[in-house]
Design a protein around this ligand. Structure first.
Ligand code: PMP
Length: 362
């Protein structure tokens, strides 16, 4: 979370001021989600996000709950029946480039026919299989990608053009861990989803951006609260939305606008990531395995060549104020997550620490 956002939320926690600075006598958590105060917060957040991400008018923005993992079920329940395959069951293709898309692939099997169009698993998820080699299913309703694999540090730097690849499927992207870090080419996307808790706000809010014509195809078993058409018709208020998380995300959207919007974030993220990868690549103590053309700008996993130094590395980092560097338990090593709110100075401090630790342990 950007520091400015937390400071503002703290100042306004007990008594929220409207856009003119007039205090309303209650905090956001105490407001009815249907009252004019919260509706103004909601409307502004939606408009700011649409502007920031340049979401076209024929796409709906849904504020939901359940996180990225719930969407692994909600997406196939809503989209798999866009087309039916020969068995009468909807089908979906998956390109698996890391742990999160692998989870999506396994979950969708409960709701539709799934097919692995390509996988980077054989080489340990360090590259994106060339799109020309993807085995695309002509019956697929959609093709799923995770455009930034948070654990493996693999990111799509551009989205595939499915039509050019001969597929009629809609592109579904899990953008949980890099949304708002770079622009999205909506002309290639049918639906994008993600938990808010990386770049947009606190946990508890799930963002879905979906092209309008994809609404209304949900399976009968789809719970009403997870039916995108029902959620869209009710302006994300079919059930009580996560009001405080939406408010915090709204403050973050305003912060993003003050930073110069998504183009400015992209430039800043590129600078931060380049500095960190350059430091790792130049060292003989650390290494990153991911191919250069798909290295994540948000999540940078790296390893110490001599893993016996791992504990010393982490405790020294903590002393230097560099927290949460331990890698995900499934891959080990280290991971630096350098989301939008991480300033360049934070990455510079990490690089200085990496070099200092190498001098003493290299
Ligand atoms: N997809 C990606 C890319 C993620 O990074 C995460 C969480 N780290 C998830 C899905 C799961 O999200 P949640 O925990 O919000 O369900």
């Amino acid at each position: 979370m950007p520091q400015e956002v937390l400071t503002q939320a703290a100042a306004d926690m007990l008594d929220w001021p409207d856009a003119y600075g007039k205090r309303c006598g209650m905090g956001v958590m105490e407001m009815s989600h249907r009252g004019k105060e919260f509706l103004s917060i909601y409307t502004q957040a939606e408009a700011d996000l649409r502007e920031l991400l340049a979401v076209p008018a024929n796409y709906r923005i849904l504020f939901m709950q359940g996180g990225g993992l719930a969407e692994n079920a909600i997406v196939p329940m809503n989209l798999s029946a866009l087309k039916k395959d020969a068995t009468g069951r909807g089908a979906a293709d998956f390109v698996v480039t890391g742990s999160w898309s692998e989870k999506s692939f396994v979950e969708a099997e409960k709701f539709c026919q799934t097919r692995l169009a390509a996988s980077g698993k054989a080489d340990g998820f360090i590259s994106i299989p060339d799109a020309a080699s993807w085995q695309l299913n002509t019956d697929a309703s959609y093709l799923h990608l995770c455009t930034n694999e948070t654990i493996n540090g693999v990111e799509f730097h551009s989205l595939p053009d499915l039509k050019a690849l001969g597929s009629r499927a809609e592109l579904v992207i899990d953008f949980s861990s890099h949304i708002a870090s770079r622009p999205v080419d909506w002309s290639r996307v049918g639906l994008g989803f993600g938990g808010a808790q990386k770049n947009l706000g606190p946990a508890g809010l799930t963002l879905v951006v979906v092209r309008e014509d994809l609404l209304g195809h949900a399976l009968d078993i789809c719970p009403s609260a997870f039916n995108y058409q029902t959620v869209a018709k009710n302006e994300s208020m079919y059930n009580t939305p996560p009001t405080y998380a939406i408010y915090m995300a709204g403050l973050t959207f305003q912060w993003l606008k003050r930073q110069g919007g998504i183009a400015a974030m992209e430039a800043a993220n590129a600078t931060k990531a380049e500095l960190l990868y350059r430091t790792i690549d130049a060292s003989s103590l650390y290494f990153n395995k991911v191919h250069k053309d798909c290295r994540s700008r948000m999540n940078v996993p790296f390893f110490l060549r001599d893993e016996s130094h791992n504990e010393a590395f982490l405790s020294g980092a903590k002393e230097a104020g560099l927290l949460q560097l331990k890698g995900h338990k499934s891959v080990g090593g280290m991971r630096a997550s350098i989301y939008n709110a991480m300033p360049l100075a934070g990455v510079q401090a990490l690089c200085a620490y990496l070099q200092e630790f190498e001098r003493t342990h290299g």
